[in-house]
Design a protein around this ligand. Sequence first.
Ligand code: 7TS
Length: 398
Amino acid sequence: MEVYLDNNATTMVDPEVYKAMEPFFCTIYGNPNSLHKFGAGTHPKMVEALDYLYAGINAADEDDIIITANATESNNAVLKGIWVDNILNGNKNHIITSEVEHPSITAVCKFLETQGVSVTYLPVNEDGVLEASSVKEFIKEDTALVSIMWANNETGKLFPIREIGAICKEAGVAFHTDATQAIGKVPVDVQDCNVDYLSFSAHKFHGPKGVGGLYVKAKKALTPLLHGGEQMGGHRAGTVDVPSMVGMGLAMHLATKPEALAFENTEVKRLRDKLENAILEIPETIVIGGKENRTPNTTLISIRGVEGESMLWDMNQKTIGASTGSACASEDLEANPVMNAFGSDSELAHTGVRFSLSRFTTEEQIDYAIEVVKNAVNRLRNISSSYAYTPKNHESQL
Ligand code: 7TS
C-alpha cells in the first residue's frame, strides 16, 4: 500500500482541479492580454478563479490578489517591496519576523541584513507559539513591517494572527502573514485579522505546483518584484499561467468552503490523532510543541533514540512518505531549526518526524502507517548503540 503523509511539502492535485485546467492547454490557449477572441476566451474562468481566491481569504473587492509563481515569490515580493518603498526610499529600517519562518522569509531577511536593514527574529515559547505581546514589545518608530506566519509548516502550530494584526494596526505598521500552511486547514480571514499582505501557494491545497498568490490590501501598493508588461495591473509582469490560475482558484474554493474546513477539522483531525496517539503509545515519544492549537493535519513527533532520517528510510522501504521537517531543508543533516527554536536538546533535534495528512488520506492508510512506524521504531532502537530505555529517561520527557 502506498501512503503519502507529506502533504505539508505538497499535495496531490484534486482530479476535479486537473479537469478544470485541461482545456486551457490545447483548446482555450490564447494570451489573456490579446485583443482577439482567443485571448478573451480565457477571461471568464480567470475571473471566476479570482472570485474564488477573494472568497477563500475574505478579501474586499477593492483589495488586490496578485498571481505569482509560489509562496516563495510572494514572500520575496513583500519583503523586497517593503525594503524599496520604506527602507531605501523612506525613513524606516526595521523588520520584525520570527525564528521559525520558512526560508523564503528568513533567507530574504538575512539578505536584507547585508544591505543594512535591521531585523528582529522573535523566538517561540516552549509550546512552539509566538506570543503576540513580544511583537508589541519590539515595534519601534522605524519598524516598516511585521511578518509572521499563520501556521508553522513543521509543527502545524497556529500563531496569534488576529492579535498581531490588531497590534500592527494600532501601531501603524504594515503586517504580512505567510498563510501557506493555513489555507484549507483553518479559516483565513484577512479583514478580521487586519492583514495587509498575505502569501499562499496552490500546491499546498490540492492545486497545481508553480502558482501562488499575494494578497495586498487596498492602498498598500508595493514596488513590484518583476517589472515588464502591464499584467496584474502592473503589480507582477509576465504572461499569467492561465491553466494554473484556473486550477488554483478552484482548488481554493474546494479547500475553503465551510464543508471542506469542517471535514478537515473532524475527519482529517481524527485520522491525525489516531496516528499520533498510536505512536505516542511507544515509550519516549513526544509531540513537538504539544497538541494544542495546531492545524488539524500535522504532527511533528520526536522518537528518542531514532534518527529522523533512519525512520524515513525504513518507512520509504514500506512505501510511506513522510519527512523530517521542511523538504527545502531535508537534504542537509543539520538539526531541524524549528526544533532547535523550541529549545529541544540537541539529541531530540535530530529525531523529529513530520506526518502531514490531507483530505485524501484514508483510514486503511493510517492503520498501515501505524504498524510500519511501530516496527521501524523497534528495529531502529534495537540496533541503536546510544538508545537505552529506562523509565527515568521516559519520565523526564513527560
Ligand atoms: N511558506 C511556508 C510556510 C511553507 O511551508 C512553504 C513550503 C513555503 C512558504 C514555500 O512554498 P513554495 O510553494 O514557494 O515552495 N514548505 C515546505 C515544507 O514544509 N516542506 O516542503 C516545503
